[in-house]
Design a protein. Structure first.
Ligand code: A3P
Ligand code: MG
Length: 372
């Protein structure tokens, strides 16, 4: 169902993202049921891609781009720009439950240029290939003026051990200043339960977790899944002293966690910026907490040696030069017919010169040059 333009842009974006996250979850489930995962090794440490990652990204980016052609969208996977997108990958529904909520006052008047969408079509890919299905999530994060503001976490295989045929998809969404929906929170959790990576661990990660004096460590897959543990109060903190996580891993989880009063920053306690032109890796690592964030920051500062800590650089919010913005992006803007493929549909929240360049590229695309 279409939605009135009088509904604030942010709520339309969240509503469309919830709907398309269910479509992407269905795609991931279909890939698993068919049984041919089509695994590609991307060359990093346990850095895999499957048919579910590829198809879910095509579905999410093509659908959101069709509804919001002037919003910048970045997806994790680099996909060939020529691949045809099946018509049934295009989701046009808007989630009605989201639209019943009022947009927070301070977010009512944002416009297209303020927004960047960060898409991880399948977070926890390594775990997906190994059958840890509850670690898998679809992440759609909406940044406004560089701040993680709203997010959607869809868990395609929720409760897969109890519900036959790989469980059932569930969707958690939230907006800063409004709250988060779609889950139950434990009232209380004893001790100091810390969650961290299971498939990308190393000495520094383990030492940094130990610095936070855990009573229990949960080594699980996926940034989305780990933040879900915090949101549901099954863990107190997510500690990841590594530059391996990217903006699409943390934007949606951060927005939801922060809407509940938690925090997600780098390991120094500095905010992570989500403008279109930031480096994709979270070079300062990731620290997410339900409460007492500064206590964890101080423990890390106190107990991890300064040479190790100096390797984790906080990302500066200042935009890089125009040249680096343009070379950094694989920009595959597709036509609004959404027939062509996508990798990153990015229209930078940029200074004037970059905007002119973008418009020129868009014009060239519309004239049929799909390799821009
Ligand atoms: N060293 C590394 N190399 C590549 N990706 C990494 C990484 N460390 C973390 N990541 C990415 O960050 C996300 C969370 O990692 P982890 O599950 O280890 O906590 C995963 O996203 P994807 O599964 O979407 O690729 C993972 O690939
Ligand atoms: Mg990921």
């Amino acid at each position: 169902m279409a939605v009135s333009e009088s509904v604030p842009l942010l709520m339309r974006l969240v509503s469309a993202s919830v709907s398309v996250s269910y479509r992407a979850a269905r795609i991931a489930r279909d890939v698993l049921i068919k049984g041919d995962l089509g695994i590609v090794d991307k060359g990093g440490k346990n850095d895999l891609q499957t048919e579910a990652d590829r198809s879910a990204q095509r579905c999410i980016i093509a659908s959101l781009h069709k509804q919001f052609p002037n919003v910048a969208i970045f997806g994790e996977e680099d996909l060939a720009p020529t691949t045809k997108i099946p018509d049934d990958f295009i989701e046009t529904e808007f989630d009605q439950d989201v639209l019943r909520h009022e947009c927070p006052e301070n977010l009512r008047n944002i416009n297209n240029d303020d927004v960047v969408i960060w898409v991880d079509p399948l977070d926890g890919t390594k775990e997906f290939t190994e059958g840890f299905l509850d670690h898998v999530t679809v992440l759609i994060g909406i940044a406004v003026k560089g701040v993680a503001t709203a997010g959607v976490i869809n868990q395609p295989f929720h409760n897969f051990e109890e519900i036959p045929k790989y469980g059932k998809a569930r969707c958690i969404w939230g907006v800063q200043g409004l709250g988060s929906f779609g889950f139950k929170r434990n009232a209380h959790l004893e001790g100091n339960v810390i969650t961290t990576t299971r498939s990308h661990s190393d000495y520094t990660i383990t030492k940094t977790v130990e610095a936070c004096e855990p009573t229990e460590v949960l080594r699980v897959g996926g940034a989305g899944h780990k933040v879900l543990l915090l949101i549901e109060k099954k863990a107190h903190a997510y500690v990841f002293a590594s530059i391996g996580c990217k903006k699409w891993d943390t934007c949606a989880p951060e927005a939801i966690l922060q809407s509940l009063g938690g925090r997600l920053t780098d390991i120094h306690g500095h905010p992570i910026p989500y403008h279109a032109n930031v480096v994709h890796n979270n070079t300062g690592g990731v620290l997410a907490t339900v409460a007492n964030h500064d206590w964890y920051v101080n423990k890390i500062k106190e107990k991890v040696d300064s040479e190790t800590l100096s390797k984790f650089e906080s990302v500066k919010a200042a935009p890089p030069s125009l040249e680096s913005q343009l070379s950094q992006q694989t920009l595959n803007i597709q036509n609004s017919s959404s027939k062509s493929a996508n990798g990153k549909v990015g229209e930078e929240k940029e200074p004037n010169a970059a905007k002119q360049e973008r418009m020129a590229r868009k014009r060239r695309l519309e004239e049929g040059d799909s390799k821009l």
